[in-house]
Design a protein around this ligand. Sequence first.
Ligand code: KG4
Ligand code: ZN
Length: 341
Amino acid sequence: MTLVLGIESSCDETAAALVRDGREVLGERVASQVDLHARFGGVIPEVASRSHLEALFPVIEETLAEGAVGLNDIDAIAVTNTPGLVGCLLVGLSGAKGLALAASKPLIPVNHVHAHVYGALMEPPAPPPQDLPWPLASLVVSGGHTSLYQSNSPTEHLRLGRTIDDAAGEAYDKVAAVLGLGYPGGPRIDEMSTRGNPTAYAFPRTKLKGLDFSFSGLKTAVVYAARGPNTRRNAPLLPDLCKEDLAASFQAAVVDVLANRLVEAAQSIDAGGLVISGGVAANAALRERAQAEAQRLNLPLYLPSRRLATDNAVMIAGLGYHLMRTGIVGDLSLDAVPRAD
Ligand code: KG4
Ligand code: ZN
C-alpha cells in the first residue's frame, strides 16, 4: 500500500489530494480562483500566485484531515513542477519541498499535462493501467494546452503535436469575451451552440503539417464575423448578428479539428484506445463526436468525469505513484519549468 500526497498549483486552482496505489482517492480539495479572475476575463499571474500562497496550506491540511492521516503516514509527495505559470508553480513546489524536508519523504516531480492523461484513466470504465490497451492516442485540451500524445504507459507520453498559438480553451474564452458571454467562456459557448446552426458560417479548419494545431486564424475569422471590418478593440457587434449561429459554427470548427487530429494520431500509432482530457473534454459536442469516431474505429474512448478533467491534484498524486515506482524521484534542487518541451 502506497499513499501519495499530490499538490497542484500550476494555473488558477490550488489543489491537494491523497491517493492510494495510484487510483483510490482518500481525500481531495480544490480551491478555485475562477471568481477572482473572472472580472479580468483571464488569469492574472501575479494575482494567481498570491492566491495560491493563501490557499495552499489550508487545502493540504483539509485533505490530510479528510483522509485521517498525518504527514508521517504518507509515502511520498508528488508536485506539479511543469508546465505552468512560473510564480504559481513555485508556490506549490516550495510548499512540497518544505513538507518533504520536514517529514523526510521523497519528492516526485510531475508533468501537469501527462497527469491530465492519467486523470482520464483513473476511474471506471477505464480498467487498471496493466489492463489498458496501450499505446493510447491522448488529446489534452484546456485553457493552457492543446497537445496530442502517444501514451505508452502511465508515465511515458511521446508528444505527437501541439498548438503553435492559442490553446483550444483559450480560443473558446476569447470568442466568448467578444460575444460578451463572460469567463470562462467554454461552458457558455457549449450551451449556446445547442441553439445555433453549426453550418451558418464556414470557419477555417486550419490543418498544419504533422499533427500540430493552430487556432488563431479561426479566432480572427470569428472576430471578423462578429464585428465586421471594424477590428477596433471593443468594437460593437454587427446589429443583425445571431450569436447562437456564430457560437455553433465556431464550436463545429474546433470539434472538427480536434476530432480529426485525434483520429489521425490514433491511426498513425496504431492505438489501442483514445483519451481526451483537460477542461475542454467537458464539451458536449466534442464528447459526442469523439464517441462516434471511437465507435467507427472500434476503439475504447476514455473520457474523465468533470472533476478529473479540470485541474485537480488527484491526477498529480495518481501519476506520482507510477513515477515513484519507475524510480523518478526529485530532490530539493528541483526547479519549476514553465514550458515543457
Ligand atoms: O483544465 P482547465 O480547468 O484549466 C486549464 O486551462 O488548465 O480548463 C479550463 C478551460 C477554459 O478555457 C474553459 O473555457 C474550457 O476549459 N472549458 C470548456 C468547457 N468547459 C471548460 N470549453 C469548451 N466546452 C466546455 N464545456
Ligand atoms: Zn490543466
